[in-house]
Design a protein around this ligand. Structure first.
Ligand SMILES: Cc1cc2nc3c(=O)[nH]c(=O)nc-3n(C[C@H](O)[C@H](O)[C@H](O)COP(=O)(O)OP(=O)(O)OC[C@H]3O[C@@H](n4cnc5c(N)ncnc54)[C@H](O)[C@@H]3O)c2cc1C
Ligand SMILES: *[C@@H]1O[C@H](CO)[C@@H](O)[C@H](O)[C@H]1NC(C)=O
Ligand SMILES: *[C@@H]1O[C@H](CO)[C@@H](O)[C@H](O)[C@H]1NC(C)=O
Ligand SMILES: *[C@@H]1O[C@H](CO)[C@@H](O)[C@H](O)[C@H]1NC(C)=O
Ligand SMILES: *[C@@H]1O[C@H](CO)[C@@H](O)[C@H](O)[C@H]1NC(C)=O
Ligand SMILES: *[C@@H]1O[C@H](CO)[C@@H](O)[C@H](O)[C@H]1NC(C)=O
Ligand SMILES: *[C@@H]1O[C@H](CO)[C@@H](O)[C@H](O)[C@H]1NC(C)=O
Ligand SMILES: *[C@@H]1O[C@H](CO)[C@@H](O)[C@H](O)[C@H]1NC(C)=O
Ligand SMILES: *[C@@H]1O[C@H](CO)[C@@H](O)[C@H](O)[C@H]1NC(C)=O
Ligand SMILES: *[C@@H]1O[C@H](CO)[C@@H](O)[C@H](O)[C@H]1NC(C)=O
Ligand SMILES: *[C@@H]1O[C@H](CO)[C@@H](O)[C@H](O)[C@H]1NC(C)=O
Ligand SMILES: *[C@@H]1O[C@H](CO)[C@@H](O)[C@H](O)[C@H]1NC(C)=O
Length: 617
């Protein structure tokens, strides 16, 4: 498997000449891809963190002193590291537990395979009672990005900001001044380099680091679904990040040419030579150093290649370890629920509801449209050839095509309840099972025809259920316990069912018949006790085939009261000095869409908040 990028010089020349993966030797490119796919198929997910954490020596070495130490180079940490190191007199240390992204990760259409590799933390949720029932041990897989770019290096690349009401609620419902839609819109625009047309330029930035583009949808898919949704009162809109979010639209993607845009490619890759930015890889941060008397964070402890280190922070420690790991790290450092820490023998520094209020979008994957057309039936090598020409199906994560946001007919000022994700199936059969960790004995039930079917996934945008992140023990070797507690509140499954009903009502449409298409009658043998197609039968199906979407938010949510929140509106940890959290864990609640864009916005705004504090603009 000798691929051309082993020559750094050559890749630089190639990269300078053109975007996109261009391999001189196409067969080597195919080998690289197929090698990664079979490695994923054979990968065993480690039960704990021993695959990257090795505390062999007890001595602690000094790593030096920095103004700011950022823990985690994901969506939030990547943006922050760039923006803070714009101030030349500040020394910034960015510590990342994983490694560098590689070329395989640039192909959005194969991202599911990266979940089964060292590029992911390889988590599962705890056994669920009302969802994930067709997953192994009722535990949905829950990958989280590990390495430069974090989630943005392994995710599906879908770009959605949410609805203005989402951010207005951060102020009106959750009491966080400064975060209304009007106030955050400039930060969405700041990062952005929007290329797709048509778009509403009032809402979009140009020339920023983060390229947002579209991959034109497969014509048949558009011709079928546009009128089908129109019949239900859902209009086609050009730009769901513009004036209106509710409607049906082409997906906007974090995509430059045919390559994934990550916080590594956008915010770090071009800046590694900044002398005041030190990016250190393969560092597992195990604890925040805190002066207990003054409750001041002054550094971090981490392990790199089996050696223990301490690095000192003169100004601030910023936790950007992601929706799951930030809560884990705070608790390991003594910041968290008093009782839980006591049970685990972790000395308490500050009693805060860390890990509480966890939310994730849950989605139903059991609706499949079967057509008499063939969309994509190429071999992997043929698809890679198309990919080199910026053609589907490998251009988007999970081959997403169209998206619809709906609030069931209310006006545009109201945020959507449901997101419909319409996609041609992922380009190889195994990928479907890979996405969801489906128990082999349930795979038969959802028997997808990968060349002629269309998947329609239904996301619940605003779950009422709240879950938690807790520690299994006081050791960083143990993976944290993630319980999203899906459908704990009945209202959640009812709302999702409304979303299912709306789609089922399309099954009789003449438009569908014109395409020889229909909604597959999936067999759910375990729901046999209910009358077929009755509401109870569907509720049963939903419980079996509803899955995690890996949008962990709110475990360290921002709010005005330390009894119910962990950080204030300036993202400072309550009761602590020199300690902030800047990542998805501080979102007060889920927004109407995917999470990357809001986290980029959050980190852009956080950078300005920090610069203002020290009078550097
Ligand atoms: C599989 C998947 C698919 C997704 N699909 C989409 C999508 O299509 N569109 C979208 O908008 N969003 C998507 N998301 C969500 C989005 O990627 C995440 O919400 C976003 O990356 C979160 O940013 P973050 O900064 O909170 O954390 P992350 O991006 O997760 O970054 C956290 C970083 O911290 C590092 N870290 C963690 N613990 C430690 C430690 N102890 N020491 C050192 N470093 C540490 C991690 O390795 C990681 O690099 C997806 C997420 C996943 C996982
Ligand atoms: C996966 O792809 C990377 C390049 O992106 C390559 O370095 C690596 O060898 C590949 N892995 C396998 C197992 O083929
Ligand atoms: C993966 O496993 C299959 C079958 O067990 C084997 O043929 C293949 O060589 C393995 N691939 C890798 C990269 O180990
Ligand atoms: C998580 O689930 C996957 C897929 O079902 C399984 O392979 C893995 O062993 C599980 N991991 C843990 C830590 O339970
Ligand atoms: C941890 O140390 C053991 C023993 O020295 C070694 O076999 C293993 O590969 C190391 N793991 C990592 C992730 O460094
Ligand atoms: C980062 O800091 C470490 C520890 O002080 C030092 O060894 C390394 O050379 C620094 N790297 C850069 C790029 O400044
Ligand atoms: C898979 O499902 C079968 C049938 O319900 C069950 O017997 C088996 O225990 C499940 N396996 C796992 C790993 O959950
Ligand atoms: C990185 O630098 C190259 C060369 O100047 C430029 O073409 C590219 O657009 C830059 N990337 C970003 C994300 O700004
Ligand atoms: C998938 O659908 C196509 C088009 O209808 C059909 O030709 C093909 O036989 C189907 N494949 C399977 C495995 O059913
Ligand atoms: C792929 O689809 C085309 C029609 O679009 C058909 O002619 C061809 O036989 C199909 N190939 C395979 C391998 O099914
Ligand atoms: C939209 O609906 C809400 C709630 O029904 C209502 O209060 C508001 O006035 C409506 N706005 C417009 C512009 O019609
Ligand atoms: C959709 O309609 C087809 C007939 O056109 C029928 O076979 C199928 O069972 C229906 N699907 C559902 C989910 O009702």
């Amino acid at each position: 498997m000798r691929v051309i990028y082993t020559s750094t010089v050559l890749i630089l020349i190639v990269a300078a000449l053109t975007f996109g993966l261009k391999y001189d030797n196409f067969e080597e490119f195919v080998d690289m891809v197929e090698g990664n796919i079979s490695a994923a198929e054979n990968y065993t997910i480690s039960k704990d963190n021993s695959d990257i954490l090795n505390q062999s020596s007890s001595a602690v070495k000094d790593f030096g002193t920095f103004d700011f130490i950022i823990i985690g180079a994901g969506a939030g940490g990547g943006v922050l590291a760039n923006r803070l190191s714009e101030i030349l007199e500040w020394n910034v240390l960015l510590l990342e537990a994983g490694g560098s992204p590689d070329d395989f990760t640039k192909i959005l259409g194969l991202s599911a395979y990266t979940y089964y590799s060292t590029r992911s933390w390889g988590y599962n949720v705890t056994s669920q009672k009302h969802a994930c029932l067709a997953a192994n041990e009722e535990k949905c897989i829950f990958p989280q990005g590990r390495g430069l770019g974090g989630g943005t290096t392994i995710n599906g690349g879908v770009y959605v900001r949410g609805h203005p009401e989402d951010f207005d609620r951060w102020v009106s419902v959750y009491g966080n001044p400064g975060w209304s839609y009007e106030e955050v819109l400039p930060y969405f625009k700041k990062s952005e380099n929007a290329l797709f047309e048509p778009r509403d330029s009032y809402y979009h930035g140009e020339g920023g680091y983060w390229t947002v583009d579209q991959c034109l949808s497969t014509p048949t898919v558009v011709d079928l679904f546009k009128p089908l949704f129109k019949e239900k009162g859902i209009d086609f809109i050009d730009d769901y990040s513009g004036k209106y979010e509710n409607g049906i639209a082409q997906y906007q993607m974090s995509l430059k040419g045919n390559e994934r845009v990550s916080t590594y490619s956008a915010f770090l890759e071009n800046f590694t030579s900044r002398s005041n930015l030190n990016i250190s890889l393969n560092n597992f941060v195990t604890k925040i150093a805190i002066n207990k008397a003054t409750k001041t964070a002054y550094g971090v402890y981490f392990v790199k290649d089996g050696v223990n280190y301490f690095a000192k922070a003169k100004k601030e420690v910023i936790v950007s370890a992601g929706g799951v790991n930030s809560a884990q790290l705070l608790m390991l450092s003594g910041i968290g629920p008093k009782k839980h820490l006591k049970d685990l023998n972790i000395p308490l520094v500050k009693n805060l509801p860390v890990g509480q209020n966890l939310q994730d979008h849950v989605m139903f994957i059991g609706l499949i449209f079967r057509t008499n057309r063939i969309f994509y039936n190429q071999t992997m090598a043929e698809m890679l050839k198309l990919y080199e020409e910026n053609q589907r199906p490998l251009m988007t994560g999970y081959s997403v095509e169209l998206v619809s946001f709906t609030n069931f007919g209310r006006n545009q000022t109201i945020r959507p309840d449901i997101e419909y994700q319409i996609s041609t199936p992922p380009p190889s059969g195994s990928q479907f099972e890979f996405f969801f960790g489906i128990n082999d004995s349930f795979v038969e039930a959802i028997n997808i025809n990968t060349s002629s079917d269309i998947n329609l996934f239904i996301y619940l945008m605003h779950p009422k259920s709240r879950g938690s992140i807790t520690l299994k023990s006081n050791s960083p070797l143990d993976k944290p316990l993630i319980d999203p507690n899906y459908f704990a509140e009945d209202e959640d499954i009812e709302t999702l069912y409304r979303g299912v009903e709306l789609i089922l009502s399309m099954n009789n449409s003449q438009i569908l018949k014109d395409y020889g298409a229909y909604i597959v009658d999936v067999e759910y043998p375990y729901c046999e006790s209910y009358e077929k197609f009755s509401k109870d039968w569907w509720l049963c199906a939903i419980k079996y085939f509803s899955y995690s979407t890996f949008h962990a938010v709110s475990a360290n949510r921002m709010g005005p009261d330390p009894k119910t929140s962990v950080v204030n509106a300036r993202l400072q940890v309550y009761g602590m000095k020199n300690l902030r959290v800047v990542d998805s864990s501080v979102l007060p609640e889920l927004i109407s869409g995917h999470i990357t864009a809001p986290v980029l916005m959050l980190a852009e705004k956080a950078s300005d908040i920090i610069k203002e504090k020290y009078n550097r603009h």
